[in-house]
Design a protein around this ligand. Structure first.
Ligand code: ADP
Ligand code: UVW
Ligand code: MG
Length: 396
């Protein structure tokens, strides 16, 4: 049986999925799983498509385990469990595709060199994405690999949403707003076209709230603006990232507080966000269970910032027909969704609190001017569809 494998290395997790190509067109999930809480207390869970447990493992003292070590574990596990399937392609989420890549690409050495040059712009992601590709190229050089870019979905957004108010020459050199989480947004559009075609043609804010978090303003299925910019540091407050801050703070830290560029990078990417404000954890589940008042302050700031930026994107869209919540927090955290929607009530949003508490697919009231949906994202399926498109021609 022919199969494809998707690998999605996020900042705090590695998600992976094996899809068989039964009818040669649409991918059927065979097994999938994730290693999550990387850097805290990693655990791996692998399940069949119907939820049957294939493998579970907790690394209790595993805070120091790197993405690379955990990936090695995963590859070793997969090699002994893939027998009987002919893997025709392996696809990867690659966070930064820079100015050049507007669509998935087959991986070769020249591509890897170009993507290496973008590592500094996505230090929490790109090195892991490329390390996974290289590790697999050594083990299975016979299997084609496909790079699917998080930036691609935003590539053709309007010029005005791409430009920073900096000297023009910098824009021409690539210092511009790219946007990320594109595979997730593309999947949301793909799902909306099936489940709610009128909304898919309308003005939608998709809220990808995970360890990394961003919003995307989507009109008629296309990105027209988004909260992340040149890097995945901009926009919303995140697990360990600060989101948008006054650039004067960075200058002050370096010039007056003697911090090196490396120390500032570490603070903005790894020590800020929910972790920095709470002093407790970067993980929303842990914060929600905590009685520390700083944990509550971090949760409030997260929701307030998300609602505020959603207001800005509603202005980019010139009005709003729908909001879609997705990713770890967006899919599961009813209280955060409720806080965000209450702050956006002036846009005509009326939440059905009981539907929201039950994580229903539609969580707005029938009379709400704005439809609010919860759609589990599936970046792995989007990657599988891209592999098939690239290697086999059109997929369903
Ligand atoms: N059931 C849940 N309830 C509340 N928050 C959750 C739940 N499941 C996951 N989360 C939160 O989602 C975030 C991770 O999101 P995810 O999309 O998996 O991350 P990544 O950006 O690494 O892909 C964490 O803050 C985690 O606490
Ligand atoms: C781009 C980004 O922030 O990704 P993640 O949410 O996986 O960290
Ligand atoms: Mg993610």
């Amino acid at each position: 049986m022919k199969a494809v494998v998707s690998i999605n290395s996020g900042s705090s997790s590695i998600k992976f999925a094996l899809f068989t190509l039964e009818d040669g067109r649409s991918p059927t999930l065979s097994a999938g799983g994730k290693i999550e809480r990387i850097g805290i207390a990693p655990r791996i869970a692998i399940r069949t498509a119907d939820g049957g447990v294939i493998h579970d493992h907790d690394w209790v003292d595993g805070a120091a385990l790197s993405h690379a070590e955990l990936l090695d574990y995963l590859i070793a596990w997969a090699t002994t469990h893939l027998e009987g399937r002919e893997v025709i392609g392996i696809g990867h989420r690659v966070v930064h595709g820079g100015m050049e890549f507007a669509a998935p690409r087959l991986v070769d050495r020249a591509l890897l060199d170009k993507l290496d040059a973008l590592c500094a712009l996505a230090p929490l992601h790109q090195p892991h994405n490329l390390a996974a590709i290289r590790a697999i190229a050594i083990l299975r050089p016979d299997i084609p690999q496909v790079a699917c870019f998080d930036t691609a979905f935003h590539h053709d957004k309007p010029e005005i949403a791409s430009r920073l108010a900096l000297p023009r020459a910098l824009h021409d050199q690539g210092i511009r707003r790219y946007g990320f989480h594109g595979l997730s947004y593309e999947y949301i559009v793909h799902r909306l076209t099936h489940i709610d075609p009128p909304l898919a043609r309308g003005r939608v804010i998709a809220a990808h709230l995970g360890n990394g978090a961003s919003l995307c303003a989507i009109r008629d299925g296309r990105s027209i603006d988004t909260t992340m910019g040149f890097t995945a540091l901009d926009g919303l407050m995140m697990g360990t990232r600060c989101g948008a801050i006054d650039p004067g703070v960075v200058l002050h830290l370096q010039t007056h507080m003697g911090m090196s560029a490396q120390a500032v990078e570490d603070m903005l990417y790894r020590q800020s966000g929910l972790l920095g404000v709470s002093g407790v954890s970067s993980d929303m589940r842990t914060l929600s269970d905590s009685t520390d008042p700083h944990a509550e302050e971090a949760i409030s700031l997260f929701a307030w910032r998300a609602a505020k930026e959603a207001g800005a994107l509603a202005a980019s869209l010139g009005g709003l027909d729908g909001i879609v919540f997705t990713a770890g927090i967006g899919e599961h955290h009813a209280d955060i969704r409720s806080r965000i929607c209450r702050q956006l009530a002036w846009l005509g949003i009326e939440l059905d609190e009981s539907a929201n508490s039950a994580n229903q697919p539609v969580i707005s009231t029938p009379g709400s001017q704005v439809t609010v949906r919860v759609i589990p994202t599936d970046e792995e399926r989007m990657i599988a569809l891209h592999i098939m498109n690239l290697l086999l021609g059109d997929a369903a």
